[in-house]
Write a protein that binds this ligand. Sequence first.
Ligand SMILES: NC(=O)c1ccc[n+]([C@@H]2O[C@H](COP(=O)([O-])OP(=O)(O)OC[C@H]3O[C@@H](n4cnc5c(N)ncnc54)[C@H](O)[C@@H]3O)[C@@H](O)[C@H]2O)c1
Length: 435
Amino acid sequence: MNITVVGTGYVGLVSGTCFAESGNEVICVDIDQDRIEALQAGRVPIYEPGLEELVRRNVKEGRLSFTTDLSAAIEMSMVSFIAVGTPMSVNGAANLSGVMRAAEDVARAARGYHVLAVKSTVPVGTNDRVREVVARAAKHRIDVCSVPEFLKEGSAIEDFMRPDRIVIGSTSEQATAILRELHAAFLRTDNPVIVIDPKSAELTKYASNAMLAMRISFINEMASLCEAVGAEISDVRRGMGADKRIGSQFLFPGVGYGGSCFPKDVQALIFSAAEHGLDFSLLRAAEQVNARQKRWMAGRVREHFGADLKGRTLALWGLAFKPRTDDMREAPSLTVIEELLAAGARVRAHDPEAIENARRIFGDRVSFHANNYEALAGSDALIILTEWNEFRHPNFQRIRTMLTSPVIFDGRNLYDPALMKALEFRYYSIGRTPV
Ligand SMILES: NC(=O)c1ccc[n+]([C@@H]2O[C@H](COP(=O)([O-])OP(=O)(O)OC[C@H]3O[C@@H](n4cnc5c(N)ncnc54)[C@H](O)[C@@H]3O)[C@@H](O)[C@H]2O)c1
């Protein structure tokens, strides 16, 4: 099948590449000229494990190409996926200008029957609005569908190739059949294709992200209580997670959720609910807990060293909002670093992939180090914010000799407190008794 994917970010580039990998001819379109030029020159502008190799192979084999010319791409395609960004507006609503503009351009350029699938995360009712815009601009029949994306940065290719489910929001049998066929290659397991109405599909995406965000805030709130009463959150988590109705996934305490999805999607769902006269108080609470949790780290550091951090140097491992990505959007590290700098500390930071993006944000207010041990030199303590695998089993002896005092603040509970005690570190972690 000939497909156009509009938007070449984390979702669009991964989707387009995976559709090409399963044999389709895919043209990826973006309005960002630099991004398209980079892709045309063989450079992948984002870090996603395995993506570069897949892009290269599919370009070489002629199934994947990149352009800024949407009309030319649509003329050659029967299906298009819109995967442009839907960032948060000032009032919390999702900004749909990119989606609307792309939909109108697709409609105008289509030269025959076309399936336009909205993959971007959009508030309930957006497909209806897209259908109206499309009806005004199109010369041919265009079926508008909602195909929300559930991939996770860091394992996006695996998620796309082996999804837990495909949700298709459609009112057209023909479009549904085409979309089913396109996704069949990824559903050789028994995982379901769930065909529902577009509004329910739109809400399914928000419901999923909102539930995950609430789980994180719930376990973080429990962690705070554990700290207050002297209980151990890891034990509580094991005990509750063994209940099959609850499960243990997405119940890890940490320094708060971030990224380009949970914060904005939680906000957008609160906004949608309010538009319909509902106060989604559960979600507002999840958000409040998250904002507080992002401040946990600086709070602990100030408790240990005192409120004034002038003259203190802190080594920080992990900048990205989660491991295996370079994405810094809404990362807890942004809050933590700003608070530490405001208290007068110097920050020496390392991240395996996010340094370039972080440098664009902090400039020379933070010193960045390509090696994690280099960041420790002359530092008074180590702070861990992202659970990259390479931080799980470090050389503690080396950490000890490089730090001026043996203190670790662990925002991801990577280490065993008993081991830290045996190694004579002062060790703070989340929801567990400091040792
Ligand atoms: N990142 C994730 O993990 C993830 C997962 C599931 C769903 N989503 C949703 O998918 C959508 C895209 O997310 P992302 O993280 O890939 O965004 P992104 O910011 O990484 O990329 C968006 C791309 O769209 C391009 N763009 C914007 N307007 C355009 C237009 N009119 N025509 C062509 N290109 C245009 C931008 O230049 C950019 O390259 C969002 O709605 C997001 O909520 C994201």
